[in-house]
Design a protein. Structure first.
Length: 595
């Protein structure tokens, strides 16, 4: 009955009509506002067929639309074809925001599940709807009636993440957190981010694909540290660990009731971007709301010395896996073996899992051939996979989860047996020069990411070129591959770039119908020194994988840039060679020879 998108939309519209709702808004997110969600929460994907990791679906009584960003324009056009759902491109100035569109369509009521929306989104929605006389229903949960085979909530167990990897004990983290709450005038902090909870309590899980986290909430106060989760997820040893650290185990659903009982006059820290609207609603009106970025998120972003050392170890392991993958692939291609993109995704995972302490991939590898590379977050599948031929381009964006740290890297390879086409060499230079410029940038403290973004884009802008995604995101320590609060992108983000943060550096260019080209390294923010003008910061490149020498044409680079490339390749060889066989070392020596 529900085997097609139009039928699913019709079922939802019937339920909307029964409840006097003229528009229903379905986000990608879950109750924890995570970027990656378990299958239980993928209602937007079920209704629309769109598989991208970002987007919001609006189903009106007679129209439907999907709002997503430039990473997914090509993918959304393909996946929405024939569904009756229009595509709205969020980065275009003429695209209306969702509440305004609902008002323009003369819909007089809108339904949402407030538990899967960030509080900030709903508060903005309410302002627009009030202006236009649109009634908001914030507890519309159509899942049971519309999604009969909805997956259950995941129930994988939590396990303790040893302090030898974490670098700080739970007691140390709780002490620092309470001190920060007090400094900001707050007594209590509700925590819904799964990675924040995993970091704070030194716990890990496997409820979300590629992310070692488990479904839970937390509530921290002067004398309490509550963990809200399904008690079946906690075995005896983990329960003993919680008791030892004075962490009280509560039912997953008990957070809202506990919030409503907080003492009058208490200061409750409220990160409206990271808590769902139901959490916000249950904070008593006689409590003070202290708004800002959740201290757990901010503290987690600054890596301690043990975590930093772990990242370096993880980079070495990932580098070995990448060398073995690339060497194997080149030899197999030379022998005329037949490959599809999906074969390479599986093979990359196999090489990675050979490394000690590897727990799997940190995201579904993006391995895209030729024109598929122009789909920024393309995910090869059995229905879309392309055959890899010796002439062309291959973009490999991949990463792993190691106990020592999380990795994320992108390289774009030329598969041409003869000369690599000049257009690609020019594009490669634009991207690599931007990557180098950002990695070499020195900047004062109190610098925001938007102030640094031009360093990576400048060589594209000079030639009237652009990419639509951000340049840098934070990366977790054996946690989520995308981590905040920091970023480097064109859009304003008030969070400062601080020493100890680990970030990506990934400019790119995407030529529809031809190829995508991206070069991504991970970087550590480090202190560079102090002068009479204040303290200054910079970056240390962590990733260990050769660049594509076949795409590097010396005439497009300055002498300093060539020096950087050669120094980077010496760094890669020196760090990896001790872990390679003689044949692998010889191969790596060729890939890192001087330009």
């Amino acid at each position: 009955m529900y085997n097609s998108i139009p039928k699913r939309l019709a079922a939802l519209r019937n339920l909307m009509e029964t409840n006097a709702i003229e528009a229903c808004i379905i986000p990608t997110s879950d109750s924890h506002q995570g970027e990656y969600v378990s299958s239980h929460f993928k209602f937007r994907k079920y209704l629309s067929g769109f598989t991208g990791s970002a987007g919001t679906l609006v189903v009106g009584k007679d129209k439907a639309g999907l709002w997503t960003d430039s990473r997914y324009y090509l993918q959304a056009e393909q996946e929405l074809r024939g569904s009756g759902i229009d595509l709205f491109k969020t980065t275009l100035p003429e695209t209306p925001c969702i509440p305004e569109w609902i008002a323009e369509m003369n819909y007089r009521s809108a339904g949402i599940d407030g538990e899967v929306f960030a509080a900030r989104e709903v508060l903005k929605m309410i302002q627009v709807f009030n202006k236009h006389g649109v009634r908001l229903v914030d507890d519309f949960k159509p899942y049971t009636r519309v999604w009969p085979d909805r997956p259950d909530l995941p129930d994988s167990p939590f396990y303790v993440f040893p302090v030898g990897y974490a670098g700080k004990s739970v007691k140390e983290k709780l002490s620092e957190l309470r001190a920060e709450l007090s400094r900001q005038g707050a007594d209590y902090l509700p925590v819904s981010g799964l990675d924040d909870i995993a970091w704070l309590f030194n716990l890990r899980g496997s409820d979300v694909d590629f992310n070692p986290v488990g479904l839970a909430f937390a509530l921290i106060g002067p004398d309490i540290a509550n963990l809200y989760t399904d008690k079946n997820k906690i075995d005896e040893s983990t329960l003993a660990y919680l008791k030892e650290n004075n962490i009280q185990l509560r039912d997953y659903s008990a957070l809202y009731a506990d919030l409503s009982k907080l003492p009058a006059g208490s200061g409750v820290f409220t990160d409206t971007a990271r808590i769902n609207y139901f959490i916000y609603k249950h904070i008593p009106s006689n409590c003070r709301r202290v708004e800002g970025t959740a201290p757990t998120t901010a503290l987690k972003s600054i890596k301690n010395p043990v975590e930093i050392a772990g990242f370096r170890t993880a980079m070495q392991k990932e580098g070995v896996a990448l060398v073995r993958f690339w060497r194997w692939f080149e030899a197999a291609l030379e022998q005329g073996k037949e490959f599809y993109e999906t074969d390479l995704v599986r093979k990359m995972s196999e090489f990675r899992l050979e490394q000690d302490h590897c727990k799997g991939d940190s995201f579904h590898s993006i391995i895209s051939y030729n024109e598929h590379g122009a789909i920024v977050h393309y995910s090869p599948s059995e229905s879309t996979k392309a055959r890899i031929l010796p002439d062309g381009y291959l973009l490999v964006d991949t990463g792993g989860q190691y106990l020592e740290g999380t990795t994320d890297i992108t390289r774009t390879f030329s598969l041409y047996r003869g000369a690599t086409p000049e257009e690609f060499k020019q594009d490669y230079a634009r991207i690599l020069k931007g990557n180098i410029a950002l990695s070499e940038c020195i900047f004062p403290t109190h610098t925001r990411g938007s102030q640094l973004d031009i360093m990576a884009r400048q060589f594209l802008w000079k030639d009237l070129l652009q990419y639509g995604h951000g340049t840098c995101h934070g990366i977790g320590h054996f946690l989520n591959v995308h981590e905040g609060p920091q970023s480097i992108r064109m859009e304003e983000n008030p969070e400062l770039i601080k020493a100890g943060m680990v970030m990506s550096n990934e400019p790119g260019i995407y030529r529809t119908g031809k190829y995508g080209l991206r070069i991504e390294n991970m970087m550590l923010v480090i202190e560079k020194g102090e002068s009479e003008f204040g303290q200054f910061l910079g970056f240390e490149t962590l990733s260990l994988c050769p660049l594509e020498l076949k795409a590097i044409e010396k005439k497009y680079y300055t002498g300093q840039e060539i020096d950087w490339i050669n120094a980077y390749h010496r760094f890669v060889y020196n760090r990896l060679s001790a872990f390679l066989s003689e044949e692998e070392k010889a191969w790596l020596a060729l890939k890192t020879k001087e330009v």
